[in-house]
Write a protein that binds this ligand. Structure first.
Ligand code: NAG
Ligand code: NAG
Ligand code: NAG
Ligand code: NAG
Length: 310
Protein backbone atom coordinates (compact mmCIF):
# COMPACT_ATOMS: atom_id res chain seq x y z
CA UNK A 1 0.00 0.00 0.00
CA UNK A 2 2.55 2.48 1.14
CA UNK A 3 4.82 1.49 -1.70
CA UNK A 4 2.55 2.48 -4.56
CA UNK A 5 1.61 5.81 -3.01
CA UNK A 6 5.24 6.69 -2.45
CA UNK A 7 6.24 5.66 -5.94
CA UNK A 8 3.49 7.82 -7.33
CA UNK A 9 4.66 10.79 -5.29
CA UNK A 10 8.23 10.27 -6.41
CA UNK A 11 7.24 10.02 -10.07
CA UNK A 12 5.08 13.13 -9.81
CA UNK A 13 7.90 15.10 -8.21
CA UNK A 14 10.26 14.03 -10.96
CA UNK A 15 7.90 14.93 -13.77
CA UNK A 16 6.90 18.33 -12.47
CA UNK A 17 10.25 19.64 -11.32
CA UNK A 18 13.08 18.10 -13.28
CA UNK A 19 12.99 19.98 -16.56
CA UNK A 20 13.26 23.35 -14.80
CA UNK A 21 16.77 23.04 -13.45
CA UNK A 22 20.04 21.78 -14.88
CA UNK A 23 22.30 21.74 -11.85
CA UNK A 24 25.87 21.47 -13.04
CA UNK A 25 27.53 21.11 -9.68
CA UNK A 26 26.55 19.86 -6.24
CA UNK A 27 28.16 19.69 -2.79
CA UNK A 28 26.57 16.24 -2.36
CA UNK A 29 28.98 14.66 -4.82
CA UNK A 30 31.73 12.32 -3.72
CA UNK A 31 34.25 9.90 -5.17
CA UNK A 32 33.80 6.16 -4.97
CA UNK A 33 37.54 5.53 -5.25
CA UNK A 34 38.47 2.50 -7.36
CA UNK A 35 42.23 2.80 -7.81
CA UNK A 36 44.04 1.57 -10.93
CA UNK A 37 47.27 -0.33 -10.31
CA UNK A 38 48.23 0.16 -13.94
CA UNK A 39 47.55 3.92 -14.05
CA UNK A 40 47.98 5.28 -10.50
CA UNK A 41 48.09 8.83 -11.90
CA UNK A 42 44.35 8.50 -12.68
CA UNK A 43 43.76 9.16 -8.95
CA UNK A 44 44.74 12.79 -9.50
CA UNK A 45 42.05 13.49 -12.09
CA UNK A 46 39.41 13.76 -9.37
CA UNK A 47 41.25 16.42 -7.38
CA UNK A 48 43.41 18.20 -9.95
CA UNK A 49 40.66 19.12 -12.39
CA UNK A 50 40.05 22.86 -11.88
CA UNK A 51 36.67 23.57 -10.30
CA UNK A 52 36.07 19.94 -9.29
CA UNK A 53 33.06 19.94 -7.02
CA UNK A 54 33.71 16.64 -5.24
CA UNK A 55 33.63 17.07 -1.46
CA UNK A 56 34.13 13.56 -0.02
CA UNK A 57 35.34 10.08 -0.88
CA UNK A 58 35.40 6.51 0.30
CA UNK A 59 37.66 3.65 -0.76
CA UNK A 60 35.94 0.62 0.84
CA UNK A 61 38.56 0.70 3.59
CA UNK A 62 39.35 2.17 7.01
CA UNK A 63 42.35 4.30 6.03
CA UNK A 64 42.58 7.33 3.73
CA UNK A 65 43.97 6.89 0.18
CA UNK A 66 47.52 8.24 -0.09
CA UNK A 67 46.53 10.21 -3.20
CA UNK A 68 43.99 12.29 -1.25
CA UNK A 69 45.99 13.22 1.84
CA UNK A 70 46.22 17.01 2.08
CA UNK A 71 43.37 17.57 -0.36
CA UNK A 72 39.90 19.03 0.26
CA UNK A 73 38.21 15.64 -0.20
CA UNK A 74 36.83 14.48 3.14
CA UNK A 75 37.46 10.81 3.92
CA UNK A 76 34.61 8.46 4.92
CA UNK A 77 36.00 5.20 6.40
CA UNK A 78 34.25 1.89 5.70
CA UNK A 79 34.23 -1.39 7.61
CA UNK A 80 34.00 -3.60 4.50
CA UNK A 81 33.16 -6.98 5.99
CA UNK A 82 33.23 -9.19 9.06
CA UNK A 83 33.73 -12.85 9.90
CA UNK A 84 32.77 -15.10 12.77
CA UNK A 85 36.41 -15.43 13.83
CA UNK A 86 37.00 -11.75 13.89
CA UNK A 87 36.57 -10.43 17.41
CA UNK A 88 38.94 -7.47 17.49
CA UNK A 89 38.39 -3.75 17.06
CA UNK A 90 40.87 -2.88 14.30
CA UNK A 91 38.38 -0.67 12.47
CA UNK A 92 37.25 1.16 15.60
CA UNK A 93 40.87 1.69 16.68
CA UNK A 94 41.93 2.91 13.22
CA UNK A 95 39.11 5.44 13.00
CA UNK A 96 39.62 6.60 16.59
CA UNK A 97 43.34 7.12 15.86
CA UNK A 98 42.49 9.13 12.74
CA UNK A 99 40.15 11.36 14.72
CA UNK A 100 42.66 11.79 17.55
CA UNK A 101 45.28 12.66 14.94
CA UNK A 102 43.14 15.50 13.62
CA UNK A 103 41.52 13.90 10.55
CA UNK A 104 38.00 15.26 10.11
CA UNK A 105 35.87 12.11 10.23
CA UNK A 106 32.16 12.93 10.43
CA UNK A 107 30.63 9.76 8.92
CA UNK A 108 31.45 6.06 8.54
CA UNK A 109 30.09 3.34 6.25
CA UNK A 110 29.59 -0.31 7.19
CA UNK A 111 29.56 -3.60 5.26
CA UNK A 112 29.68 -3.53 1.46
CA UNK A 113 26.76 -5.51 0.02
CA UNK A 114 26.58 -7.96 2.96
CA UNK A 115 23.63 -9.66 1.22
CA UNK A 116 25.66 -10.09 -2.00
CA UNK A 117 28.16 -12.74 -3.04
CA UNK A 118 31.90 -12.16 -3.08
CA UNK A 119 31.84 -12.87 -6.83
CA UNK A 120 30.02 -9.56 -7.39
CA UNK A 121 32.05 -7.65 -4.79
CA UNK A 122 29.71 -8.31 -1.85
CA UNK A 123 30.86 -9.07 1.70
CA UNK A 124 28.42 -12.01 1.98
CA UNK A 125 27.91 -11.96 5.77
CA UNK A 126 25.03 -13.09 7.92
CA UNK A 127 22.92 -10.49 9.73
CA UNK A 128 23.98 -11.91 13.11
CA UNK A 129 27.72 -11.72 12.38
CA UNK A 130 27.24 -8.19 11.06
CA UNK A 131 25.24 -7.22 14.15
CA UNK A 132 27.99 -8.40 16.50
CA UNK A 133 30.68 -6.60 14.47
CA UNK A 134 28.60 -3.41 14.36
CA UNK A 135 28.00 -3.36 18.10
CA UNK A 136 31.73 -3.88 18.73
CA UNK A 137 33.23 -1.61 16.07
CA UNK A 138 30.68 0.90 14.76
CA UNK A 139 28.21 1.84 17.47
CA UNK A 140 30.94 3.17 19.87
CA UNK A 141 31.82 5.83 17.24
CA UNK A 142 28.48 7.52 17.97
CA UNK A 143 29.95 8.70 21.27
CA UNK A 144 32.65 10.51 19.27
CA UNK A 145 29.96 12.37 17.31
CA UNK A 146 30.39 10.29 14.14
CA UNK A 147 27.26 9.61 12.04
CA UNK A 148 26.79 5.95 11.24
CA UNK A 149 25.79 4.51 7.84
CA UNK A 150 23.63 1.37 7.91
CA UNK A 151 25.00 -1.69 6.05
CA UNK A 152 25.22 -0.91 2.29
CA UNK A 153 22.97 -3.66 0.97
CA UNK A 154 22.45 -4.44 -2.73
CA UNK A 155 19.55 -2.89 -4.64
CA UNK A 156 17.64 -6.20 -4.72
CA UNK A 157 14.65 -6.95 -2.51
CA UNK A 158 16.74 -9.35 -0.44
CA UNK A 159 18.62 -6.26 0.78
CA UNK A 160 15.51 -5.15 2.69
CA UNK A 161 15.09 -8.59 4.23
CA UNK A 162 18.75 -8.65 5.23
CA UNK A 163 18.46 -5.20 6.89
CA UNK A 164 15.36 -6.26 8.79
CA UNK A 165 17.07 -9.43 10.06
CA UNK A 166 20.16 -7.43 10.95
CA UNK A 167 18.19 -4.96 13.08
CA UNK A 168 16.49 -7.89 14.82
CA UNK A 169 19.88 -9.49 15.53
CA UNK A 170 21.14 -6.15 16.88
CA UNK A 171 18.37 -6.15 19.47
CA UNK A 172 18.48 -2.38 19.82
CA UNK A 173 22.29 -2.16 19.75
CA UNK A 174 22.58 -0.75 16.21
CA UNK A 175 21.45 2.82 15.62
CA UNK A 176 22.38 4.01 12.13
CA UNK A 177 21.89 7.65 11.15
CA UNK A 178 21.72 7.21 7.38
CA UNK A 179 21.06 4.55 4.79
CA UNK A 180 23.52 3.94 1.94
CA UNK A 181 21.88 2.70 -1.27
CA UNK A 182 23.37 0.82 -4.24
CA UNK A 183 21.54 0.70 -7.55
CA UNK A 184 22.23 -0.69 -11.03
CA UNK A 185 19.24 -0.31 -13.31
CA UNK A 186 16.88 2.26 -14.79
CA UNK A 187 15.72 5.49 -13.16
CA UNK A 188 12.15 4.42 -12.40
CA UNK A 189 13.42 1.34 -10.59
CA UNK A 190 15.88 3.43 -8.61
CA UNK A 191 13.29 6.04 -7.59
CA UNK A 192 10.98 3.26 -6.43
CA UNK A 193 13.78 1.53 -4.52
CA UNK A 194 14.92 4.72 -2.78
CA UNK A 195 11.29 5.61 -2.04
CA UNK A 196 10.87 2.24 -0.35
CA UNK A 197 14.07 2.78 1.65
CA UNK A 198 12.84 6.19 2.83
CA UNK A 199 9.43 4.75 3.71
CA UNK A 200 10.94 1.86 5.66
CA UNK A 201 13.45 4.02 7.55
CA UNK A 202 11.82 7.48 7.67
CA UNK A 203 14.21 8.89 10.26
CA UNK A 204 17.35 8.22 8.24
CA UNK A 205 18.77 10.22 5.39
CA UNK A 206 19.94 8.43 2.23
CA UNK A 207 23.38 8.26 0.63
CA UNK A 208 23.60 6.75 -2.85
CA UNK A 209 27.09 5.27 -2.58
CA UNK A 210 27.11 3.22 -5.82
CA UNK A 211 24.81 3.72 -8.75
CA UNK A 212 24.68 3.46 -12.51
CA UNK A 213 22.74 2.08 -15.46
CA UNK A 214 25.00 -0.80 -16.42
CA UNK A 215 25.68 -1.95 -19.99
CA UNK A 216 23.56 0.63 -21.84
CA UNK A 217 24.17 2.73 -24.93
CA UNK A 218 25.98 6.05 -24.49
CA UNK A 219 22.86 8.19 -24.87
CA UNK A 220 20.76 6.09 -22.45
CA UNK A 221 23.62 6.13 -19.95
CA UNK A 222 23.97 9.92 -20.18
CA UNK A 223 20.22 10.52 -19.98
CA UNK A 224 20.09 8.30 -16.87
CA UNK A 225 23.05 10.12 -15.35
CA UNK A 226 21.40 13.50 -15.98
CA UNK A 227 17.99 12.64 -14.58
CA UNK A 228 19.36 10.85 -11.53
CA UNK A 229 21.82 13.57 -10.48
CA UNK A 230 19.12 16.24 -10.95
CA UNK A 231 16.77 14.20 -8.78
CA UNK A 232 19.39 13.60 -6.05
CA UNK A 233 20.15 17.33 -5.97
CA UNK A 234 16.49 18.17 -5.46
CA UNK A 235 15.83 15.58 -2.75
CA UNK A 236 16.60 17.02 0.67
CA UNK A 237 16.78 13.60 2.30
CA UNK A 238 19.44 12.42 -0.19
CA UNK A 239 22.48 14.13 1.25
CA UNK A 240 25.42 12.39 -0.50
CA UNK A 241 25.98 10.47 -3.72
CA UNK A 242 28.92 8.84 -5.49
CA UNK A 243 28.74 7.56 -9.07
CA UNK A 244 30.22 4.20 -10.05
CA UNK A 245 32.33 5.25 -12.23
CA UNK A 246 35.73 6.45 -11.45
CA UNK A 247 37.74 4.14 -13.76
CA UNK A 248 38.67 3.67 -17.41
CA UNK A 249 36.05 2.40 -19.85
CA UNK A 250 38.14 -0.58 -20.98
CA UNK A 251 38.24 -2.09 -17.47
CA UNK A 252 34.66 -1.22 -16.47
CA UNK A 253 32.58 -4.10 -15.12
CA UNK A 254 29.39 -2.08 -15.62
CA UNK A 255 29.86 -1.44 -19.34
CA UNK A 256 32.16 1.11 -21.02
CA UNK A 257 29.58 3.90 -21.17
CA UNK A 258 29.23 4.09 -17.37
CA UNK A 259 32.92 4.90 -16.95
CA UNK A 260 34.01 8.47 -16.20
CA UNK A 261 37.37 7.97 -17.93
CA UNK A 262 38.01 6.81 -21.49
CA UNK A 263 40.30 3.88 -22.26
CA UNK A 264 43.14 6.43 -22.44
CA UNK A 265 42.31 8.12 -19.12
CA UNK A 266 40.54 11.26 -20.38
CA UNK A 267 37.36 12.51 -18.73
CA UNK A 268 34.23 11.38 -20.59
CA UNK A 269 31.21 13.68 -20.78
CA UNK A 270 29.78 12.09 -17.64
CA UNK A 271 33.17 12.32 -15.89
CA UNK A 272 33.41 16.02 -16.66
CA UNK A 273 29.76 16.76 -15.81
CA UNK A 274 30.23 14.95 -12.49
CA UNK A 275 33.09 17.33 -11.64
CA UNK A 276 30.92 20.31 -12.57
CA UNK A 277 32.54 20.85 -15.98
CA UNK A 278 31.45 21.05 -19.62
CA UNK A 279 31.04 18.21 -22.13
CA UNK A 280 34.36 16.81 -23.38
CA UNK A 281 32.99 14.73 -26.30
CA UNK A 282 35.52 12.05 -25.32
CA UNK A 283 33.78 8.79 -26.22
CA UNK A 284 34.50 5.79 -23.97
CA UNK A 285 35.38 2.50 -25.66
CA UNK A 286 35.29 -0.96 -24.18
CA UNK A 287 37.86 -3.69 -24.51
CA UNK A 288 36.23 -7.11 -24.33
CA UNK A 289 39.51 -8.84 -23.53
CA UNK A 290 40.12 -6.57 -20.57
CA UNK A 291 36.70 -6.58 -18.95
CA UNK A 292 37.28 -9.93 -17.24
CA UNK A 293 40.38 -8.50 -15.62
CA UNK A 294 38.63 -5.59 -13.94
CA UNK A 295 40.95 -4.80 -11.09
CA UNK A 296 38.63 -2.85 -8.79
CA UNK A 297 36.91 -5.85 -7.23
CA UNK A 298 40.15 -7.77 -7.03
CA UNK A 299 41.66 -4.87 -5.16
CA UNK A 300 38.79 -4.76 -2.70
CA UNK A 301 38.79 -8.50 -2.12
CA UNK A 302 42.56 -8.57 -1.67
CA UNK A 303 42.46 -5.63 0.70
CA UNK A 304 39.84 -7.35 2.79
CA UNK A 305 41.76 -10.60 2.78
CA UNK A 306 44.76 -8.79 4.19
CA UNK A 307 42.62 -6.93 6.70
CA UNK A 308 41.02 -10.14 7.99
CA UNK A 309 44.44 -11.76 8.38
CA UNK A 310 45.70 -8.73 10.31
C1 NAG B 1 37.25 -19.68 11.73
O1 NAG B 1 38.21 -20.45 12.41
C2 NAG B 1 38.04 -21.86 12.26
C3 NAG B 1 39.01 -22.57 13.18
O2 NAG B 1 40.30 -21.98 13.10
C4 NAG B 1 38.24 -22.20 10.78
O3 NAG B 1 38.04 -23.57 10.57
C5 NAG B 1 37.22 -21.41 9.95
O4 NAG B 1 37.44 -21.62 8.58
C6 NAG B 1 37.31 -19.92 10.25
N1 NAG B 1 36.22 -19.22 9.57
C7 NAG B 1 36.40 -18.11 8.88
C8 NAG B 1 35.14 -17.51 8.28
O5 NAG B 1 37.47 -17.57 8.74
C1 NAG C 1 34.54 18.62 9.12
O1 NAG C 1 33.73 18.33 8.00
C2 NAG C 1 32.41 18.80 8.15
C3 NAG C 1 31.57 18.27 7.01
O2 NAG C 1 32.23 18.36 5.79
C4 NAG C 1 32.43 20.32 8.21
O3 NAG C 1 31.10 20.81 8.36
C5 NAG C 1 33.27 20.74 9.40
O4 NAG C 1 33.38 22.14 9.42
C6 NAG C 1 34.65 20.12 9.33
N1 NAG C 1 35.36 20.39 10.57
C7 NAG C 1 36.61 20.80 10.59
C8 NAG C 1 37.20 20.99 11.95
O5 NAG C 1 37.25 21.03 9.58
C1 NAG D 1 11.26 8.70 14.09
O1 NAG D 1 11.52 9.73 15.00
C2 NAG D 1 10.34 10.14 15.73
C3 NAG D 1 10.71 11.37 16.56
O2 NAG D 1 11.92 11.18 17.24
C4 NAG D 1 9.87 8.97 16.57
O3 NAG D 1 8.69 9.34 17.29
C5 NAG D 1 9.55 7.79 15.67
O4 NAG D 1 9.21 6.66 16.45
C6 NAG D 1 10.74 7.45 14.79
N1 NAG D 1 10.33 6.46 13.80
C7 NAG D 1 11.03 5.34 13.57
C8 NAG D 1 10.49 4.42 12.53
O5 NAG D 1 12.08 5.07 14.15
C1 NAG E 1 22.80 15.71 -20.23
O1 NAG E 1 23.08 16.99 -19.69
C2 NAG E 1 24.08 17.72 -20.40
C3 NAG E 1 24.31 19.02 -19.68
O2 NAG E 1 24.75 18.80 -18.37
C4 NAG E 1 23.60 17.97 -21.82
O3 NAG E 1 24.63 18.61 -22.54
C5 NAG E 1 23.27 16.64 -22.48
O4 NAG E 1 22.70 16.88 -23.76
C6 NAG E 1 22.27 15.85 -21.65
N1 NAG E 1 22.11 14.54 -22.29
C7 NAG E 1 20.97 13.84 -22.25
C8 NAG E 1 20.94 12.58 -23.04
O5 NAG E 1 20.00 14.20 -21.59
Amino acid sequence: MWHSRSLHAVAAAVLTTLPLILATSSPKRGLCHVPSKKYPSDDKVWVNTPGSDLTWYYNYGASPSAAYRNTDLQFVPMLWGASTNDTGTIFLDTVTDLINGGTNITHVLAFNEPDGTTATGGADISPSVAAAAWIRQIEPLKDLGVKLGAPSVTGSSRGFTWLENWLKACNGGCNPDFNPVHWYGNFEGMASHIGQMMGTYPNQTVWVTEWGYANQGLEETQAFYNISTQWFDRMESITHYSYFGAFRSDVSNVGPNSAMLTQSGKLTDIGSWYLGGASTNNVPNGDAAQIAKFCGWVFVVLAVGVWVVL
